[in-house]
Design a protein around this ligand. Sequence first.
Ligand code: GRF
Length: 215
Amino acid sequence: MKRVVLLISGRGSNMERLIRAGQHGELADAHIVAVLANRPDAPGLARAAAANISTQVVDHKNYPGRESFDAALAAAIDAHQPDLVALAGFMRILSEGFTRHYAGRLMNIHPSLLPAFPGLRTHQRALEAGVRLHGCTAHFVTPALDHGPIILQAAVPVLDGDDADTLAARVLAEEHRIYPLAVRWFAEGRLRIVGQRVEAQGEQQEDTLYAPRFA
Ligand code: GRF
């Protein structure tokens, strides 16, 4: 069994999707063993507890700086002996030491087609930039924010009349599709990081992951 720890800051819809995927056997032998949040009021905590997943808060406000918070967070994570740590709407920038400690076993889901629109407010920025395609990226985390090796991407069209909310909803549906897949491929040992690229070994059954679905 591959042990997965999820880190959240907010509502936790990607977390819920991963928990459900695990319960339905969609993550190979990966199991979500704990959900950690940096905010005591993260709504996802109650959802995780309702799914009988162990939860814990490491409140960043209780630490004088990033390094001390990251050290406490890493200690809490490592108590669960994870094979994989997956960020699911975790809204803290992580220190270089933290990302190096979890090199090759730290994943994130980001709401844009990286390397376009790293950082925040991605949907509004995509609208302002006038792109016709937007989407999401599952990637390994490295010290450079939102620039780690890309595992999977899914694209969606930007439609006339979209606002940030309608676009976010269309992207989120794709996040919920590709993140469990990235975790499953990791659990199956199919992902190899070669420089900045990820090579996915074996058959890729999903036919439309890299292509936009104009449904
Ligand atoms: C998602 O759009 C994720 O890509 C981004 O933050 C949002 C979190 O949503 N990093 P949720 O908490 O998973 O519902």
